[in-house]
Design a protein. Structure first.
Ligand code: FES
Ligand code: FES
Length: 160
């Protein structure tokens, strides 16, 4: 087995230096090394989108990246959004529009939604649906998730 490597990266504004096995996936690094369990593991092969996080501002699947590939990167996970007492505007819309049921897909949906809100006009539902096409939800039928993102895009609340 290859020797462990030391990596330096920023997660949710906090700088970390950790020594990890080269085979460690980013999703496992977040959950098991940093104890950030908000990012979920679903299919583990790039299909479901449950593990979506932002890497240097763009949504990516953390089950398809090795942690050692992220040297020097800035990662944002669902924990970077709001708190129970002060939800992020997109989380508030998810609550208001009942955009989740079991909640398993929700962290990935939220982080994909943040990427879309930051980078797209989201002027049409088609654009929202296209942007969400890599995230699977087995519960909601997607209508309420689209509605929540549409409402956030329309309100133009500050998206950070
Ligand atoms: S767990 Fe990564 S895409 Fe499904
Ligand atoms: S809310 Fe259950 S998978 Fe989306």
């Amino acid at each position: 087995m290859s020797p462990n490597k030391t990596i330096h990266l920023t997660v949710n504004g906090v700088h970390y230096e950790r020594t990890v096995e080269p085979r460690l996936l980013l999703v496992d690094f977040l959950r098991d090394v940093l104890d950030l369990t908000g990012t979920h593991i679903g299919c583990e092969h790039g299909v479901c989108g449950a593990c979506t996080v932002l890497v240097d501002g763009r949504s990516m699947r953390s089950c398809l990246l090795f942690a050692i590939q992220l040297e020097g990167s800035m990662i944002e996970t669902v924990e970077s959004l709001g708190t129970v007492d002060k939800l992020h505007p997109l989380q508030e819309s998810f609550r208001e529009y009942h955009a989740l049921q079991c909640g398993f897909c929700t962290p990935g949906m939220l982080m994909t939604g943040i990427d879309l809100l930051r980078t797209k006009t989201l002027a049409t539902d088609e654009e929202i649906r296209d942007g969400l096409s890599g995230n699977l939800c087995r519960c909601t039928g997607y209508e309420h998730i689209v509605a929540a993102i549409r409402a956030t895009a329309k309100s133009r609340k500050e998206i950070t």
